[in-house]
Design a protein around this ligand. Structure first.
Ligand SMILES: Nc1ncnc2c1ncn2[C@@H]1O[C@H](COP(=O)(O)OP(=O)(O)O)[C@@H](O)[C@H]1O
Ligand SMILES: Cc1ncc(COP(=O)(O)O)c(N)n1
Ligand SMILES: [Mg+2]
Length: 565
């Protein structure tokens, strides 16, 4: 057993091997109430984690000097919307979309959908207080954002807690009436807003009706009225005011007025034509809070938030959720934005494998072609998908070349894949990757690239094809069909091997290896429905005129496919 010098202190950093650590009897460790953090570079991460967990599990106090990361944190104090378009649910989605942690104090539970608010159940005040205390006494909150505060008692409780646990900023969305016209907080809360929250708030974000209510019913019908209202609200003691003009009649733009006490800003965005505007106010305020939590200035935060709402509305303008007049929108469009931005509605179409062009830097050098010229010619000649396979290029140059090839491919509606390099695919937002059996496992690539990207895997056997399918690949490449010099030590599977793999594969297949104009026909004629095309390197790129060679191959493939049908 190793000797450990300070066995009576609660926290140790001991550097010793795993065997030595395990030789310290567990009962002895526990009797001393020790918390051990084992620091040893030779111990792999899993073992390290296991030991650390064991220490926590034995009930003794644990402390760690592991470095920690503080994630920006917004606490929303708001009501729940069962339809999840507004309220707490919108706040959570908005913060997630902006990359900020969001904790929640629920003030009321509403039964709500796209038709309206069918019921409101206010959470008892002492339980609202208990939620606030739980969060604020334990977690580091950067910014508090308020939504539905249904009673003056709840406003007072919030005020007390913010005095006890000060935060960096307070964003007040003075929610009173839902878009559907239902009352969420009565006029009795107005006194609480005026006396307690406004003097404490860093920004208040009323819509037209709420601004009017706070200003004793003053009429707000024009942009000029909004400007005056912003100034009057500022006089009530709040640092910044944003009067939102979502409901401004006859306005082609969505105009909001921001006043910081010195300057008035007219913030305009296009008014998206959509029924899906339920929750815009909650989202806007949460985004402001999220940006402030990340360290933005108030004007920056407001601008980013407005832009986010506009983009999300535009992205969601045609989605259909619920049968009422006011639908929710999609906050997390970014998760799908790659497919969206590229204009490729279908993520992967197996028929894209028909004429699959794989680049080769050596061949391009030999013929004096740049990568992008070669890709352009291939695409113009009829290539239906392109893979950049660049083995001897600096990463920086690879990313640049990939970006310019991507533009060419996008203009022709042709997907662009990157060979092996998931990092390069991510860096240039390519449409996917093609990986071999010794590259990163396909399921890891899928986790990194997300559900929208195309993943292809080289497979020579039915077992590998099965694995690729399990791992979430979209297609497999099978070969070498014919002997080839492009790839060293590459086993030739032949037409029979290709057929065997195709029959076993649940995924579409592209054949590869030594395929050219003169021998492509028998490949397409093996007559297996999931063989969708051929992948070629030298057949098109080892030539002076890539365009002509690609056209020739395209013609042969078209003829062969017509004959098979
Ligand atoms: N159709 C729309 N297109 C673009 N932006 C909009 C649209 N409707 C509302 N907005 C914006 O959404 C935010 C919330 O505004 P508003 O709907 O007035 O608040 P609330 O949801 O509290 O009633 C504002 O920035 C507003 O300009
Ligand atoms: C629980 C809850 N909080 C806030 C709103 C306001 O959102 P909107 O003004 O977009 O209807 C709402 N409808 N429900
Ligand atoms: Mg609204």
């Amino acid at each position: 057993m190793v000797s450990i010098p300070e066995l009576h202190s609660n926290f140790f950093i001991i550097s010793l091997s795993l065997n030595h650590y395990q030789s310290v009897p567990q009962g002895f460790r526990q009797s001393k109430g020790l918390s051990l953090l084992l620091v040893n570079s030779r111990i792999n991460r899993n073992k390290h984690t296991r030991i650390f967990m064991e220490m926590q599990g034995n009930g003794s106090p644990t402390t760690s000097n592991q470095s920690t990361i503080n994630i920006p944190h917004v606490l929303t104090v708001a009501g729940s919307d069962s339809g999840a378009g507004a309220g707490i649910q919108a706040d959570l989605k908005a913060c997630a979309a902006r990359g900020v942690y969001c904790s929640t104090v629920i003030t009321a539970v509403t039964a709500q959908n796209t038709v309206g608010v069918q019921g409101v159940n206010v959470v008892p005040e002492d339980f609202v207080a208990e939620q606030m205390k739980s969060v604020l006494s334990d977690m580091h909150v950067d910014v508090v954002k308020t939504g539905m505060l249904p009673s003056i008692g709840i406003v007072k409780i919030l005020h007390q807690h913010l005095r006890e646990y000060p935060v960096r900023a307070l964003v007040v969305d003075p929610v009173m009436v839902s878009t559907s016209g239902d009352v969420l907080a009565g006029p009795s809360v107005l006194a609480g807003f005026r006396e307690d929250l406004l003097p404490m708030a860093d920004i208040i974000t009323p819509n037209l009706k709420e601004a009017s209510a706070l200003l004793d019913g003053v009429k707000i019908k024009t942009v000029s009225d909004m400007r005056s209202a912003a100034k009057l609200l500022h006089d009530m003691g709040v640092r910044n005011v944003l009067v939102k003009g979502g409901d401004l009649p006859d306005s082609l733009d969505a105009v909001d007025i921001f006043f910081d006490g010195e300057h008035l800003y007219e913030l305009r965005s296009s008014r998206i034509k959509t029924r899906n505007t339920h929750g815009t106010g909650c989202t806007l305020a949460s985004c402001i809070a999220a940006e402030l939590a990340k360290g933005a200035s108030m004007l920056e935060a407001v601008k980013v938030a407005k832009c986010f709402v506009e983009t999300a509305l535009d992205y969601s303008k045609e989605i259909f959720i619920g049968n009422g007049p006011q639908g929710p929108f999609d906050h997390l469009m970014k998760l799908k934005s790659n497919a969206h931005n590229s204009g490729r509605q279908v993520r992967f179409n197996p028929s894209d494998l028909f004429l699959y062009a794989v680049t080769d830097s050596g061949m391009n050098r030999r013929w004096g072609h740049s990568i992008s010229d070669a890709v352009k010619a291939a695409v113009q000649g009829g290539a239906t998908i392109v893979q950049l396979r660049e083995k001897d290029i600096d990463t920086r140059d690879f990313v640049e070349a990939a970006k310019s090839c991507l533009q060419i491919c996008r203009a022709h509606g042709v997907p662009l894949l990157i060979n092996d390099r998931i990092d390069v695919a991510l860096a240039c937002d390519a449409d996917g990757v093609h990986i071999g059996q010794s590259d990163m496992p396909a399921h890891t690539a899928r986790a990194l690239l997300g559900p929208e990207k195309i993943i292809g895997v080289s497979c020579k056997t039915p077992e590998q094809a099965e694995q690729a399918w399990i791992a979430g690949a979209d297609y497999i490449g099978c070969g070498g069909v014919y002997p080839t010099n492009t790839k060293a030590n590459n086993l030739t599977v032949g037409l029979d091997g290709l057929k065997t793999v195709c029959l076993a594969s649940k995924l579409p297949v592209v054949a590869i290896g030594g395929i050219k104009v003169s021998n492509a026909r028998p490949v397409m004629e093996i007559g297996v429905p999931n063989l969708k095309g051929v992948a070629v390197v030298s057949a098109i790129f080892d030539s002076e005129c890539v365009l002509t060679e690609t056209r020739k191959l395209h013609a042969v493939l078209t003829e062969a496919t017509a004959a098979v049908k």
